[in-house]
Each structure stands twice: as C-alpha cells, then as structure tokens.
Design a protein around this ligand. Structure first.
Ligand SMILES: N[C@@H](CCC(=O)N[C@@H](CS)C(=O)NCC(=O)O)C(=O)O
Length: 199
C-alpha cells in the first residue's frame, strides 16, 4: 500500500490507522503546503489535490474517514469495527459520518469566525450545538461504540485532540481523559514518530 502523506496533516490519522491495522505501507510525500497537491501527476491520484490518499492494489481511496473504514474492514482480525449486520455497526457509521460531516465543519466555522445564519439548514447545526452533543456523548470511560476501540474512536478522538490542541474546543474532564486514552495507544505513538521522521 502507498500512503500519500504530508506531516502534521489529516494524513496522520491514516498513518495511525495503518499502524493500528498492522499493514505494511510505503509513504509517498506530497508537499501540499508548497503546491505539491496541485501538480497534474498528483491530481490524477486525488483530483481534490489533498492528502491523505491511499493506494491499494491499483485503487486510490481518499477521505480519511473512508480510508479508516476501509482498513478496519480489510483487517477484521484487529477488531477495529463492529461486524456487518451488527446494529452497533450503524452507531459506528454514525460517529464516522459525524466526525467528517458535522464536527469538522462546525469547528472550522468556529475557527474562522463564520456566522451561521441558518443553523437549522446547515447539516452541522452550529458549533454550540455540536459541543453540547459532544459533552453529552463523549464517554467518561471506554469507547464510543462498544467496549473496544474502533476506527470511529480514531476519527473522533483524533479530531478532538486536534481541536483542543488548537484552542477550538475547551476541554472538560471526560474529553481530556478520552483523548488521552486514544493518544495513549501504541499505534498512535508509532504514527507520531513516523510523522516526525517524515518531517
Ligand atoms: N476531507 C479530507 C480533508 C483532507 C485535507 O483537507 N487535507 C489537507 C491537509 S490537512 C490538504 O491536503 N490540503 C492541501 C490543499 O487543500 O491544497 C479528509 O478528511 O481526508
């Protein structure tokens, strides 16, 4: 597998997931900060010009949540997702989609200071509503979906880690402890080291 990657970007989450999966992969650096994403060669890999992109046996997958879900299914023995047909699989999808479609835009809106004129029409509501939901749902102990870590924890815990780090979310004890459980995983630590080495 090839991971098109640049340090300290969202592709770090995929590197973490590759480490969780035990996959063997090669890192292909794409300097998205200096126009590397805009080259015709890379646009053939990802027409959005963004990292991460994962190439596996001739197919390119983009979008970090999709890549993490793909890897969880590819390595079922690592138990990083509930099985197909288990209702908890629906809960797992809910968190993956919330992470990409609700949490990210809400916190970007907050970071950029954009006004929401129609929170009822925007799919993510507004940052206040998303924060209320997170306060209610981030578990004081354990994980989001079941009693084991899944790719949904990786996406949500990784996202919270970033938002707290960059001052976009005021931490509360349960969130801090949850993020610490996620980032305390050996696979996260290995990915961090590889990300630093790639930098
Ligand atoms: N929705 C995408 C977002 C990817 C993304 O925005 N990547 C940024 C780095 S964190 C990037 O490559 N930016 C370069 C650009 O847009 O030119 C995902 O989750 O994979």
């Amino acid at each position: 597998m090839k991971l098109y990657h640049w340090p300290q970007t969202r592709s770090g989450r995929v590197m973490w997931m590759l480490e969780e999966s035990g996959a063997s992969y090669e890192i292909v650096p794409v300097d998205v900060g200096s126009g590397g994403g805009a080259t015709p060669e890379f646009r053939k890999i990802n027409p959005m010009g963004k990292v991460p992109a994962l190439e596996d046996r001739g197919t390119v997958i983009t979008e970090s949540g999709a890549i993490c879900a793909y890897l969880a299914d590819l390595y079922p023995e690592k138990r990083l997702a509930p099985e197909q047909g288990d209702p908890l699989r629906g809960l797992y999808y809910r968190w993956l989609f919330l992470s990409a479609g609700v949490m990210e835009p809400a916190f970007l809106q907050k970071g950029m200071g954009w006004e929401t004129k129609a929170a009822g029409a925007s799919g993510w509501g507004d940052p206040e509503r998303v924060e209320e939901m997170l306060h209610a749902e981030i578990p004081a102990d354990g994980w989001l979906v079941d009693d084991y870590f899944t790719a949904a924890d990786l996406m949500v815990g990784g996202g919270l880690h970033y938002m707290i780090q960059f001052g976009l979310l005021d931490p509360w004890p349960a969130a801090e402890a949850y993020v610490a459980r996620c980032t305390g995983r050996p696979a996260f630590q290995r990915a961090q080291e590889k990300d630093k080495a790639a930098a």
